[in-house]
Design a protein around this ligand. Structure first.
Ligand SMILES: Cc1cc2nc3c(=O)[nH]c(=O)nc-3n(C[C@H](O)[C@H](O)[C@H](O)COP(=O)(O)O)c2cc1C
Length: 363
């Protein structure tokens, strides 16, 4: 019997871990304890999160790095095979695969996703990205696709039909012309594994609103954090679709606020890998709309600290309070990153999760 996917469980605020599969996680730093993303550490971090009852593990999709001293992110594990290995070594947690639509054929993806869904007993998840990095696409000899989300709509339609239709089918689209298509087994989850779209701009939100279960997005200031949620509700109004919104935060959780802030300054300012931060920010600014324009100028520390995501820096109490605020802005869940996941997750889980439970946001 297939279990309910963890993202459909009863916790009001779902939590997961983002980007353990890549060197540095989300950080771009030179501190000696920086995340090297070894397989042993990936496995340990996943099992800590699984035992603590977090809902999901979410990998980043990265094919090349951002240079600098450590060639940060150049080392990253491919996400289908990563999820398959973790599916066999965890019990309850949801396992996302982050897939570049223009680089991966939908039938290859359909089979890989179904494989992980079977290995994990229905815990697979698909995180769709259309990509932004021309250097990365150049490695594949592929141009950045202009109307990525039109292609993504065809791509996802093919995955669903491959699972849903008992008979082979032909597909005649703008991006794919396919003959006599079959793909068995179908995923255990029906009509397909839970699906999110990682995006920021209007077309990405429209795609999520029309085709996905969740939008995965960023916000810059807590005061405006509710805007993407309100926007998605507008885009789904009258359609009968309920699309949950997830966001991403980098975390430094310590006994005292001073300790947390000192460490944030140390890893994301003093010992930031500045050359790689410059490369990452310049590329994102030029080719991705994943943040609003002001974010690049105002928040260099956030790019070194967690790829421009929102920082949760402080004591367990203050971090729990901010997470509750994010939940109250309408977010269904948060994907978290740490400088060193295996060192920092145990303290975070022991200290922050009980506060969220007492406040009624998790059990
Ligand atoms: C929260 C979030 C996570 C993302 N994760 C990835 C990723 O793992 N790999 C990648 O190439 N792009 C990633 N992207 C970038 C998207 O693929 C996309 O290129 C970018 O957001 C710009 O397009 P948009 O305006 O549609 O969002 C992410 C974007 C967001 C907002």
């Amino acid at each position: 019997m297939i279990k309910q996917h963890p993202l459909k469980g009863s916790n009001r605020l779902k939590l997961g871990v983002f980007s353990t599969n890549a060197d540095g996680g989300l950080a771009i730093t030179d501190v000696p304890e920086r995340w090297t993303a070894s397989w042993a550490d990936n496995l340990t971090a996943a099992q800590i999160a699984d035992r603590a009852g977090l809902e999901f593990l979410l990998p980043i999709a990265r094919w090349r790095g951002f240079g600098g001293r450590n060639r940060v992110r150049e080392w990253s594990f491919e996400t289908f095979t990563w999820a398959a290995a973790l599916a066999a070594s965890t019990e309850r947690i949801g396992l996302f695969m982050t897939v570049h639509v223009p680089l991966v054929h939908p039938l290859y993806a359909a089979k890989s996703l179904a494989t992980v869904d079977h290995v994990s007993g229905g815990r697979a998840g698909l995180n769709i990205v259309c990509g932004w990095n021309p250097k990365e696409f150049g490695m594949f000899g592929a141009p950045l696709v202009e109307k990525g989300y039109d292609q993504a709509a065809e791509w996802l339609d093919i995955v669903e039909r491959a699972y849903g239709l008992a008979q082979p089918f032909d597909f005649d689209g703008e991006y794919y012309t396919l003959k006599d298509v079959v793909s068995r087994p179908a995923s255990l989850q029906s009509p397909r594994p839970v699906t999110m779209n990682a995006a920021f701009g209007g077309p990405g939100r429209d795609f999520a609103a029309a085709h996905c279960d969740y939008l995965f997005t960023t916000f810059t200031e807590m005061a405006d954090a509710g805007d993407p949620v309100a926007d998605i509700r507008k885009r789904t109004a009258g359609t009968g679709r309920d699309v949950g919104v997830y966001t991403v935060c980098h975390v430094v959780c310590r006994e005292s606020r001073q300790e947390a802030e000192d460490y944030y300054t140390r890893y994301a300012v003093t010992l930031a890998d500045h050359e790689a931060v410059d490369d990452h920010m310049a590329g994102k600014k030029a080719f991705s709309q994943s943040h609003d324009a002001a974010a690049y100028d105002r928040y260099r520390q956030r790019f070194a600290g967690g790829a421009g995501s929102f920082p949760l820096i402080g004591t367990p109490e203050s971090i729990a309070a901010q997470m509750i605020e994010i939940s109250e802005k309408g977010y269904a869940g948060i994907a978290l990153s740490f400088v060193n996941y295996t060192d920092e997750l145990p303290y975070f889980c022991d200290q922050v999760l009980p506060i969220l439970a007492r406040a009624g946001y998790r059990t």
